[in-house]
Design a protein around this ligand. Sequence first.
Ligand SMILES: Cc1cc2nc3c(=O)[nH]c(=O)nc-3n(C[C@H](O)[C@H](O)[C@H](O)COP(=O)(O)OP(=O)(O)OC[C@H]3O[C@@H](n4cnc5c(N)ncnc54)[C@H](O)[C@@H]3O)c2cc1C
Length: 429
Amino acid sequence: MTERYDVLVVGAGPAGLAAAHTAAAHGARVGLLDAQPRVGGQVWRHDVRKPAPRAARAAFETLRQVTLLAQRSVVASEDGALRVETPQGSALLAYGALILATGARELLLPFPGWTLPGVTGAGGLQALTKQGWPVAGKRVVVAGSGPLLLAAAATLRAHGARLVGIHEQASADSVHAFARQLLHWPTRAAQALSLRARLLGVPYRLGSVVRHAHGEEAVRTVEIEDAHGTHVVDCDLLAVGYGLVPNVELAQLLGCALDHTATHPQVQVDELLRTSVPAIFAAGEACGIGGLAVARIEGAIAGHMAVGNAAEARALLPERERARRFGALLAMHFAPGQRVRALATPQTLICRCEDVPLGALDGYADAREAKLATRCGMGACQGRICGTALAELGRFPRSAGRPPLFPARLATLAGLALSPSDDVSRSPT
Ligand SMILES: Cc1cc2nc3c(=O)[nH]c(=O)nc-3n(C[C@H](O)[C@H](O)[C@H](O)COP(=O)(O)OP(=O)(O)OC[C@H]3O[C@@H](n4cnc5c(N)ncnc54)[C@H](O)[C@@H]3O)c2cc1C
């Protein structure tokens, strides 16, 4: 059986929440689906220790007229409908208009020791911690690039972690220039000050890069390089993230054009957030990294557009433009430098799912050729980590994904192959 919605929104982060609420306010039958069990996306992820921020609670309360479809991962597209995995099986969701609010993931870059237990992404450790993974009393080094390091560190500290230091790869000149720009963004400046206040006493080192993680069973020490040379610090956990990368795989699967002007592609949209495919819109970080404010305003624009209300969408464009300018500022001042792209050695594993070292990829013309010969990118993450890292290292652009977008049950795959219009969750097992 196929469920039908006037407007279907994929992703229940700030962008998807705003989109669903806006479209529903126009009287549309709206479905809001997410792979996660709770709404909120990345920034408003449920924290076992503390209530959601006020803005998040307000957004959650606007969903009364929206059908929430939690724990549904879109794995494929079939005849103008989406095939989703549910806890029980799979289902087909059809739509009049579709809004892609699939957000972003962390950019992880390889360095010797990055596959040791205890080494995670910065946002990754933040997410684990919010979900209850115990960090109290653990010595944590946070490193990489961008304001997410501060947000992650603040969460870790609130959960009792002992922060050894925050190591930002961007240079002091670049970060100070960014800080001066904050004078034009008073709300952002206030947020930055509040974060720094929550991290009082934690060293924040600029132009500082984790070169190597050491340990037998798990990370025990990290080697850090800064303007004063290389030094070694002890730790129990190392959390390293180099910013964010848009999740474009679903858009690509649906035939939406991507914008390849940046290192990592983003969904190509016009100013009213229309993709290249009729009746499909995109909003938030999938269209380029911009942060919470961008996600919320773009969600509202896409929600208006999905129900044909271009006038109200247009009225929000100046706000969108201003929010996007801040995203551009972040990209300019925190882009990973050449130093971090040169950390991996030929022996460093690039594909952690399939154990493929960087040196094994020499001599291949493109990602597809390398994948066929070495299995790089064929594991559970489907190249989301290694393919993205290789693009950042300047090796090859990431190859286009294929269904299923995420690892799926055999029953789902069988349904896709045998009968595109059948709901395999109804099949006898
Ligand atoms: C790990 C991480 C931590 C972050 N922490 C912070 C923070 O503390 N503070 C901050 O200001 N910013 C943080 N950010 C930045 C954050 O991305 C934005 O501020 C904001 O959440 C973007 O909103 P969005 O709605 O565009 O996307 P997101 O919030 O990323 O939401 C996208 C949603 O789409 C869902 N989704 C994607 N693909 C599918 C699919 N195929 N099927 C079903 N569901 C799907 C995801 O499960 C997710 O819930 C973080 C980002 C990441 C990656």
